[in-house]
Design a binder for this molecule. Structure first.
Ligand SMILES: [Zn+2]
Length: 320
């Protein structure tokens, strides 16, 4: 788990607990102001608890009847709250997660992280690596039924067949990582044929398996590259270091003289030299890629010895 994200989630939980406490205080104040009868019972209940603790600590008698008396008072408080048009649990401790009461931990004496904490961490992780917080795109949520099954005459296969094959290849790749013989993936095909979906599904699977991955748009890549070209800075270092980098929608970024081609070349060569995985999606076909980025880049991002080239075809699924 990443330390920076863990600290951020811890801080969120701290804020949540403070907010819970403020809610409890303001509710109690409201009761004190407007419902003297309930307030009186609540005070008696507190005295009962504190008095009993004092007795137990001083070695005095244990109040055997305490649970019974407590339940009587609680029942009375619930009734009065209901009659006042308030929820029955209005004076109960406030928390979002009943399992850990927003501490983020469960278990005693051995503490483990609560599921709610792990979920919050995963959410932050997905945001931080570019998966956003929208609906998750996973192999499980891949829906082949909405992909046209009619034959594409030029290739003798349907769009659905191609997509299912691509899905299978991507999933296998994600499950085998880092033992893949081919370190890279190039996904090409017209827009809306599911390339970004598959990239994200690979990313999700790698996260599940605890491998570090980063998803950025080609547009964002050029912003980082331009900044580091003109102003220095460490933006490029992360892109060169991350074990799995996904560059989404190559070809959509602005073509900047001396920068786009050069920086892209440096990125893919350096990552290949380091044995790291780079996954690229693009709407451009190989010929268009060569025209835009030159042969020497394309030979590096589509070299069949270390790149799994996946070609999608068909209609834009967002419009079918
Ligand atoms: Zn919890």
């Amino acid at each position: 788990m990443r330390e920076d994200l863990l600290s951020a989630v811890e801080a969120d939980f701290q804020l949540l607990r403070e907010e819970n406490e403020r809610t409890e205080i303001s509710r109690r104040e409201e009761i004190r102001r407007n419902y003297p009868e309930i307030e009186k019972l609540a005070e008696e209940r507190e005295e009962l608890i504190h008095g009993t603790i004092r007795k137990i600590l001083s070695g005095g008698e244990q109040a055997e009847k305490l649970p019974e008396i407590m339940e009587e008072k609680n029942a009375r408080i619930r009734t009065l709250l209901r009659e006042a048009g308030l929820p029955e649990d209005y004076l109960s401790p406030v928390y979002r997660c009943p399992v850990c009461r927003d501490t983020g931990y469960t278990g005693d004496p051995v503490r483990t992280r609560c599921d709610c904490f792990r979920k919050a961490y995963q959410k932050k992780l997905r945001e931080s690596i570019g998966l956003g917080n929208g609906s998750r795109e996973t192999f499980e949520s891949f829906d082949a039924a909405r992909i046209p099954a009619d034959m594409i005459p030029e290739i003798g296969r349907s769009q659905r067949e191609l997509a299912l094959f691509a899905r299978q290849q991507c999933e296998q790749w994600a499950d085998r990582y880092p033992e893949n013989t081919r370190k890279n993936i190039l996904l090409t095909g017209p827009s809306g044929t599911g390339k970004t979906f598959l990239l994200r599904a690979v990313a999700e699977r790698l996260i599940e398996r605890d491998f570090p991955v980063l998803v950025i748009s080609a547009y964002r890549f050029i912003e980082i590259a331009r900044k580091s070209y003109f102003e220095g800075g460490e933006g490029m270092e992360e892109l060169l270091d991350i074990p799995v980098l996904m560059l989404d929608d190559l070809g959509s970024e602005p073509m900047m003289k001396n920068i786009t081609v050069e920086q892209l070349f440096n990125l893919v060569s350096e990552r290949n030299a380091r044995g790291l995985s780079t996954l690229i999606s693009t709407n451009l076909n190989l010929e268009e890629l060569v025209n835009r980025y030159t042969e020497r880049i394309v030979s590096r991002i589509s070299d069949p010895r270390n790149t799994l080239v996946i070609i999608l075809q068909g209609k834009d699924l967002r419009s079918v």
